[in-house]
Design a protein around this ligand. Structure first.
Ligand SMILES: NC(=O)c1ccc[n+]([C@@H]2O[C@H](COP(=O)([O-])OP(=O)(O)OC[C@H]3O[C@@H](n4cnc5c(N)ncnc54)[C@H](OP(=O)(O)O)[C@@H]3O)[C@@H](O)[C@H]2O)c1
Length: 267
């Protein structure tokens, strides 16, 4: 890609994306400028990724693609700070949960191309999934550029912006639900007397295997579950408890709560 990229916010997501972009050679490190309030983080990112760094967000905003990777609560002051540095009409890409493209356009006060993306933390290992939604002034070419950027950290899907809060609840926060299940499985294995390293290996390989099986099979997860549940067997005994405790309902309520929170963050 022959664009220059400015990243505002060199935290978890900002650096995960950058490492993917540079590792996959989507962009050369010399074409990237990262700004952050924290100079320690900037030093670390400069050391590991060899990108240019600055504490001045306006410098990062001067690039041709500007990735907004600060927390949702930090977006308003950041946009206020950079709005006068956007006369060159860069493509603004925001990954902030709950912040709409319309809100960003309004804060900037100009017809600027904005794309909203909801990535997730497996992006750190190139296994993320990022949902991409176009703002009012973003063209198909801008969308293509955003897809190219986010493909360097995993899969991408294009969605309409009205689906983004739901996507946030399902895949943005999603890794945490699987980690929670892993935690409970590890704790149970330990209660059953298994060594910590052994139970960790069993749980992680099972999680990866289940995901791969679901990906490679034509069956729905519900069918795959039925296939490992023989009548009167061990899996059936476990699933009966989950059903009795209404675990399925609890998971669904949790995801609905995440979507409500994403909506609230945007207000
Ligand atoms: N983590 C996820 O799973 C995930 C998934 C999807 C989307 N997102 C979105 O990604 C965004 C970043 O999340 P994150 O987890 O990467 O957060 P993070 O690690 O806290 O990164 C944000 C970075 O921005 C810096 N910062 C704060 N104020 C700033 C300012 N005024 N100017 C420049 N930099 C500033 C922070 O420094 P300090 O630490 O010093 O404040 C921090 O280094 C959020 O909007 C979040 O909604 C995250």
């Amino acid at each position: 890609m022959n664009k220059t990229i400015g990243v505002i916010g060199g935290g978890n997501m900002g650096t995960a994306l950058l490492s993917g972009l540079i590792r996959r050679r989507t962009v050369a490190a010399s074409r990237v400028m990262v700004s952050d309030a924290d100079t320690k983080k900037l030093r670390a990112v400069n050391r590991t990724l060899r990108v240019k760094t600055t504490t001045c967000n306006c410098e990062a905003a001067g690039q041709s693609v500007v990735l907004l990777a600060v927390k949702p609560q930090q977006m308003e002051p950041v946009l206020k700070e950079i709005r006068s540095s956007l006369a060159h009409k860069p493509l603004l890409i925001s990954i902030a949960a709950g912040i709409s493209t319309g809100w960003i356009e309004k804060k900037i006060g100009a017809k600027i191309p904005v794309i909203r993306v909801m990535p997730n933390t497996p992006a750190l290992v190139g296994k993320g999934i990022s949902a991409i939604a176009r703002g009012r002034y973003a063209s198909a070419a801008h969308e293509k550029l955003a897809l190219e950027i986010f493909r360097s950290v995993g899969e991408t899907v294009v969605v309409s912006e009205k689906s983004i809060d739901a996507v946030t609840a399902v895949s943005g926060s999603g890794p945490a639900y699987f980690f929670f299940l892993m935690e409970q499985m590890i704790a149970s294995g330990k209660r059953l007397g298994l060594r910590p390293e052994l139970v960790r290996a069993l749980v992680l390989a099972t999680a990866e295997g289940a995901a791969q099986l679901a990906l490679q099979s034509n069956d729905d997860p519900a069918v795959l579950r039925q296939k490992v549940t023989s009548k009167g067997g061990t899996t059936e005994a476990a699933l009966k408890v989950l059903e009795k405790k209404k675990a399925g309902q609890a998971v669904q309520q949790a995801i609905l709560a995440a979507a409500r929170r994403a909506k609230q963050l945007g207000k």
